[in-house]
Design a protein around this ligand. Structure first.
Ligand SMILES: Cc1cc2nc3c(=O)[nH]c(=O)nc-3n(C[C@H](O)[C@H](O)[C@H](O)COP(=O)(O)OP(=O)(O)OC[C@H]3O[C@@H](n4cnc5c(N)ncnc54)[C@H](O)[C@@H]3O)c2cc1C
Length: 391
């Protein structure tokens, strides 16, 4: 088989890349190790930056997003028993975030690709990428027991943090920069109508908590917990008790309690590789970087990477320009490091660190007080939260 761009991974990065390339007449094949059903039901992120929303609408995959997405023009920070609202849209010239679950983005993109006759292979096995520094790199894999090989012009490694592409560059070519945090998030999805229309980030002496939602009937909540937290020690009653203890405010606000649909523990890390390319392999999304989820940036960063990559590939085919491909990594990393900084800052400001003392507690409270009362402080948070420009 032969294609222009071989794409490994059908997450938001791989699917959006395939969609954007199709719109400029460039063919691709997407290879995914999981089933279509699995990836269309995998619960992960849910906060879309304004730039992600604009891109989806502008490229014809935003119809359901416009019908079902929940546009939020503000976000709340809760500490010392009180909630404080940051008016995102007012501070950023009308920009906002939209709550729309990642699996819905995935469904929309798969639908668009299949509708346009795009090639996607699910449930591939033993995938490997080869001859990356040649002009005809190859992807080998097995599907339904049969071995296949695709010769490509370019390979996009969009296979997430645990994928195979990043590890396929020769040793020493790629450097990694990493922070692992000494806590994790226990996340639940609950059948309970959200009691706040906007997200609430809570700083509490018992630890961080986040109130979020996925639809008018479903709440998504998170609790700071130990990295090795045993879920068996967290029956639903205990989860609700702890969530309410951290989130309840003086005015009587608390999350509504309801049946827990899903529960899980996610570790937290900051991770970036440099460069994000080797030969004709280009890495995008979680394959190249991970952010702690506090800033709600992982999915959005994946989308901004492939936007840059699709433009560079288009310039190669249409204008004969290779320079944008050469600059792909440097171009993306400028934005990635700003987003890393924001995600690290939000995480540091809102979580309880082991060994933290009274000084740290007062410093964190002062910072929260500042960013919820100073217009300059609120604006810094707002412009990062709704998303820095996709250049
Ligand atoms: C458990 C979890 C929960 C998260 N929760 C949040 C959240 O609440 N908020 C938030 O902002 N962000 C969250 N994130 C981050 C966000 O979901 C990611 O940043 C986003 O999915 C990145 O998209 P991607 O396309 O780069 O990678 P992915 O979505 O990981 O897609 C990579 C794809 O590649 C496939 N793949 C992997 N290896 C191979 C292989 N060898 N061959 C073929 N295919 C392969 C995978 O099955 C997957 O479909 C979460 C991430 C995880 C893992």
């Amino acid at each position: 088989m032969r294609t222009q761009v071989g794409i490994v991974g059908a997450g938001p990065a791989g699917l959006m890349l395939s969609h954007l390339l199709h719109l400029c007449g460039i063919e691709s094949i997407v290879l995914e190790c999981r089933s279509r059903h699995y990836i269309e039901n995998r619960v992960r992120a849910g906060v879309l930056e304004q730039g992600t929303v604009d891109l989806m609408i502008g490229t014809g995959v935003g119809e359901r997003l416009q019908q079902q997405g929940l546009r939020h023009e503000g976000v709340w920070f809760s500490f010392g028993g009180r909630r404080h609202r940051i008016p995102l849209a007012e501070l950023t010239g009308g920009r906002a975030i939209t709550v729309y679950a990642q699996q819905e983005v995935v469904k929309d993109l798969i639908q668009a690709r299949l509708g346009a006759g795009g090639q996607m292979v699910f449930e591939v096995d033993e995938l490997s990428v080869q001859e990356l520094d040649s002009i005809r790199p190859k992807i080998r894999y097995r599907h339904a027991g049969v071995a296949h090989e695709i010769t490509c012009d370019f390979i996009a490694g969009c296979d997430g943090f645990h994928g195979v592409c990043r590890e396929s560059a020769p040793e020493g070519v790629i450097a990694a920069y990493e922070r692992v945090y000494p806590f994790a998030w226990l996340g639940i999805l609950a059948e309970a109508a959200p009691t706040s229309e906007e997200l609430i980030y809570t700083y509490h002496p018992r630890g961080f908590a986040l109130f979020s939602m996925r639809s008018p009937q479903v709440t998504r909540l998170y609790l700071q917990c130990k990295p090795d937290e045993d879920l068996n020690e967290w029956p639903d009653d205990r989860v609700w008790e702890e969530l309410c203890a951290r989130m309840r405010t003086e005015d009587g606000w608390a999350p509504a309690v309801g049946p827990v649909l899903q529960k899980g523990v996610n570790g937290m890390r900051s991770f970036v590789i440099e460069p994000m390319q080797f030969g004709r392999l280009f890495l995008a999304g979680d394959a190249a970087h991970i952010v702690p989820p506090t800033g709600a940036k992982g999915l959005n960063l994946a989308i901004s990477d492939v936007r840059v990559l699709s433009q560079a590939i288009e310039a190669f085919y249409k204008l004969g320009r290779g320079d944008l491909l050469e600059q792909y990594s440097a171009h993306c990393l400028r934005r990635i490091w700003k987003v890393q900084r924001f995600s690290w800052w939000m995480t540091s400001m809102l979580h309880l660190f082991p060994g933290a003392d009274g000084f740290d507690h007062r410093r964190q409270l002062a910072e929260l007080d500042y960013i919820t009362t100073s217009r300059a402080g609120m604006t810094v948070l707002a412009e990062n939260y709704v998303g820095l420009p996709m250049e």
